[in-house]
Design a protein. Structure first.
Length: 398
């Protein structure tokens, strides 16, 4: 009898948490959410590289500088860094359970997570944060956790609840909201109070059951099942949901089929041009990632590009290619499906590295064969993420 009770208790403890209630969506069928340019954004190329390498678990092919590795280690301590390193360029005001947060919209991940009252006070200083007890619509998801810890120990993790999330004119009820209990120093020093992942829900990190992204939940009510990123250089932009805004681009939108099997907005990207010279990059794909700052490509492309920049060299102290700020840069084009996107020379100078040397916006993606097209690409193109297909479209930014 006693052993039966013990067994029953053990079975109850093992039982999987109940599935989350279904989400529901109300509000407009097409809306634009302003993406405010962060005035405190710091153009630090090394920091942008670190963030991308950690996020995508990239394997360096170049000798990485001591400083790079030291910075990686430093990011593990969970406290604010002495070096200002705010790497989030655009922020979208989002209301979670009645509380307003400035979030980073990231098409390269699929978790909606927020700074929460469970964080140490030192970790949330300078941030708005979410307090579940102040929300009348919050429902805890008992036993659910999330974790975006990276190989280098940076990242964030915590527990999960459901709450009402309002972005622009659309409200999703029972949206999975992931509450941070720990965040690494990179997130502490960034301006964003969390992320809205807009990649495919198949890479959502909630356990034991993956949760749907805001876009997946809102999709059925949108005029068209798509959203578009408008991120003009050094200026305010927007995320348009349910429609494309022809005032934000010129010409027409070129669409390419997306292979979502890795959870990303991914397509073949098998050749590139430095100026007008065509080169093959066979076997490569590209992903559209608004949560990465730079353009990261295979080494052969990076080498071919900087061979055409007078005075360019790889800097092991900066962790990337640098060149004299006065150098004349060629344009860079790469294929998205079968159409070239061209990044103008002006966008390929990311900013000062040190003294009179500048950091390139194009850098190595390491040993993988998945190029990453980040915000520098979106400074040149209006990007459309269309779930029907799915497909990715782009048109020259207005
Ligand atoms: C840029 O970021 C790196 C890595 O976080 C840091 O070591 C470096 O000091 C920063 N540079 C400046 C000029 O702030």
């Amino acid at each position: 009898m006693l052993s039966a009770i013990v067994l029953a208790l053990a079975a109850a403890a093992q039982a999987a948490p109940a599935p989350a209630p279904a989400s529901n969506v109300q509000g407009s069928t097409a809306f634009s959410a302003p993406a405010v340019h962060n005035a405190n954004f710091i153009r630090n190329g090394t920091a942008a590289m670190l963030k991308a390498y950690a996020k995508h678990n990239l394997k360096p092919t170049h000798e990485m500088p001591e400083a790079f590795m030291a910075a990686l280690a430093k990011r593990q301590d969970g406290s604010a860094t002495a070096v200002p390193s705010d790497g989030v360029e655009y922020l979208v005001s989002t209301v979670v359970g009645g509380q307003t947060l400035d979030l980073d919209f990231d098409t390269g991940s699929a978790d909606l997570w927020v700074f929460s009252s469970q964080l140490a006070a030192s970790s949330r200083s300078g941030h708005a944060y979410y307090t579940s007890s102040k929300s009348s619509t919050y429902k805890a998801l008992s036993g659910y956790t999330w974790d975006i810890s990276y190989a280098d120990g940076s990242g964030a993790s915590g527990n999960v609840g459901l709450d009402t999330v309002q972005i622009g004119g659309t409200t999703v009820t029972n949206q999975a909201v992931e509450l941070a209990k720990t965040v690494s120093s990179t997130f502490v020093s960034d301006a964003s109070d969390g992320l809205v992942g807009l990649a495919f829900s198949s890479i959502n990190t909630v356990s034991p059951q993956q949760q749907s992204t805001f876009f997946d939940n809102a999709q059925s009510s949108l005029d068209s099942p798509l959203f578009a990123a408008y991120l003009p250089f050094n200026a305010d932009g927007a995320y348009d949901f349910g429609y494309t805004d022809s005032s934000k681009y010129t010409g027409s939108i070129t669409y390419t089929s997306v292979d979502s099997s890795n959870g990303f907005w991914e397509y073949p990207s098998t050749s590139y041009k430095v100026g007008s010279t065509v080169h093959s990059l066979s076997g490569y794909t590209g992903i559209s990632d608004t949560g990465t700052t730079l353009i990261l490509m295979g080494d052969s492309a990076v080498t071919a590009y900087y061979n055409q920049v007078s005075g360019a060299s790889y800097s092991s102290s900066q962790g990337g290619y640098i060149f004299p700020c006065s150098a004349t840069l060629p344009t860079l084009s790469f294929k998205i499906g079968s159409t070239y996107a061209t990044i103008p020379a002006s966008l390929l100078n990311f900013g000062t590295a040190s003294g009179s040397s500048c950091f390139g916006s194009l850098q190595s993606v390491g040993s993988g064969s998945q190029n990453i097209y980040g915000d520098v690409f979106f400074n040149a193109y209006y990007g459309v993420f269309d779930a029907s297909g799915p497909s990715f479209g782009f048109a020259t930014i207005a």
